[in-house]
Design a protein around this ligand. Structure first.
Ligand code: COA
Length: 144
């Protein structure tokens, strides 16, 4: 299994992202070709995929940006194809993001995961992420 940082758009990538997104959450809408291109072209968003023989088995997004308190790194949208879970793919994706953030000079990586996401919480804790006591807030800007 190879972990690859995406730099070029392909239709196969679009198909894979839209196959994986519903496995991340029921509430996520499919992405368009132009939106995926925007992600790939962004200076602050880094999309990693797990692939083997041209098939995509999982993805992870790393966001990195300079902010006044330091160079910020955040992991988002980690998902592995349901039938290929438990084989170390999520771990490999996360390791690749950690490595990228370390090389970029981030002093820490942040992420959030709902307590109901048992596998994800186990994965992060096993990899050394420490649970922080903080409140996470959200404001919907588009009516649901
Ligand atoms: C979370 C997720 C990405 C893990 O991917 P994965 O490839 O199955 O995980 P790995 O095989 O790399 O497992 C790594 C570690 O995670 C933990 N883990 C993985 N699946 C687990 C499960 N079902 N129950 C408990 N722990 C689990 C284990 O500690 C495992 O280490 P071990 O194999 O040494 O015991 C995957 O379950 C997934 O896509 N879930 C749905 C989407 C999601 O919740 N994403 C996270 C959003 S925050």
């Amino acid at each position: 299994m190879n972990i690859v940082e995406i730099t070029v758009y392909t239709d196969d990538l679009l198909k894979a992202v839209n196959r994986l997104l519903p496995q991340l959450s029921d509430n996520v809408k499919p992405v368009s070709k132009s939106y995926l291109k925007k992600i790939i072209e962004s200076d602050s968003t880094f999309l990693f995929i797990a692939e083997e023989n041209d098939k995509i088995y999982g993805m992870l997004t790393l966001i990195m940006a300079p902010i006044p308190s330091g160079f910020r790194a955040v992991i988002e949208d980690v998902v592995v194809d349901e039938t290929f879970r438990g084989k170390g793919i999520g771990r490999k994706l996360t390791e690749a993001a950690i490595e990228k953030a370390r090389k970029a000079g981030a002093a820490a990586i942040n992420l959030t995961s709902h307590p109901s996401r048992t596998a994800a919480n186990k994965l992060y804790q096993k990899m050394g992420f420490i649970l922080r006591e903080t409140n996470v807030y959200k404001m919907d800007l588009v009516p649901k």
